[in-house]
Ligand binder design. Structure first.
Ligand code: MG
Length: 206
């Protein structure tokens, strides 16, 4: 399986990063994480020794249910049946150096354990996938809150766009971008991610 991720998909996060949206012709920023980034079943996240500034980014996840490429946006909904929530851990200090040199972000985004994911629930549990509240608490304090209505690129567009370049396969997971409120985590923190009021993911930083 592979993990695909979209960056800069919520205007309030773009603003907090003091970055710009449309440098690249208004298309999504895309990066990948290897399968070794995946953390499942509330497994702990081990803080990497190469960074002093690992940030949380809570994001809604889409799980691909069948293979497809060059998917038309109007048919994209046929390629996913479940959604979840995850953390796009980012070594912000390393990413800043990479950005300064216009290098790709992979080591800042794709390192071991950088993609904790929840269990997945049927999309039919929700009336409108583009109007879902989600949030992250750290040590039981709210740190990030978002609503999928605020995505710049909507889920079906993201699937169509990614499938132009990458054949999507059953089991692939797409991270759809983070809202404002990103910040550093530290050893000992407990992270808990929610879709609406349901706690879907909770784990410790060790
Ligand atoms: Mg992200």
């Amino acid at each position: 399986m592979k993990i695909l991720a979209v960056g800069k998909n919520y205007a309030n996060h773009i603003a907090e990063m003091k970055t710009e949206f449309d440098k690249f012709s208004g298309e999504p920023v895309v990066f990948l994480k290897p399968d070794t980034a995946l953390l499942k079943d509330n497994a702990p996240f081990y803080y990497p020794e190469f960074s002093q500034d690992v940030h949380h980014e809570v994001e809604i996840l889409i799980k691909i249910c069948k293979e497809g490429k060059n998917i038309q946006e109007k048919f994209a909904h046929k390629y996913y049946e479940e959604i979840g929530i995850g953390i796009d851990f980012t070594a912000r200090d390393i990413q800043a150096k990479l950005k300064a040199n216009s290098y790709s972000w992979e080591i800042a985004k794709g390192f071991n354990g950088s993609a904790p994911v929840s269990y997945f629930v049927p999309k039919t549990d929700f009336l409108d996938l583009q109007n879902i509240n989600f949030s992250l608490k750290i040590n039981d304090e709210i740190r990030q809150e978002g609503n999928t209505s605020l995505m710049i690129f909507k889920i079906d567009y993201i699937i169509a766009y990614l499938s132009r370049y990458f054949t999507l396969k059953q089991g692939d997971i797409i991270f759809t971008g983070t809202p404002a409120g990103v910040g550093a985590v530290k050893v000992g923190d407990k992270l808990s991610a929610f879709i609406e009021d349901k706690e879907m993911l909770t784990f410790l930083v060790k």
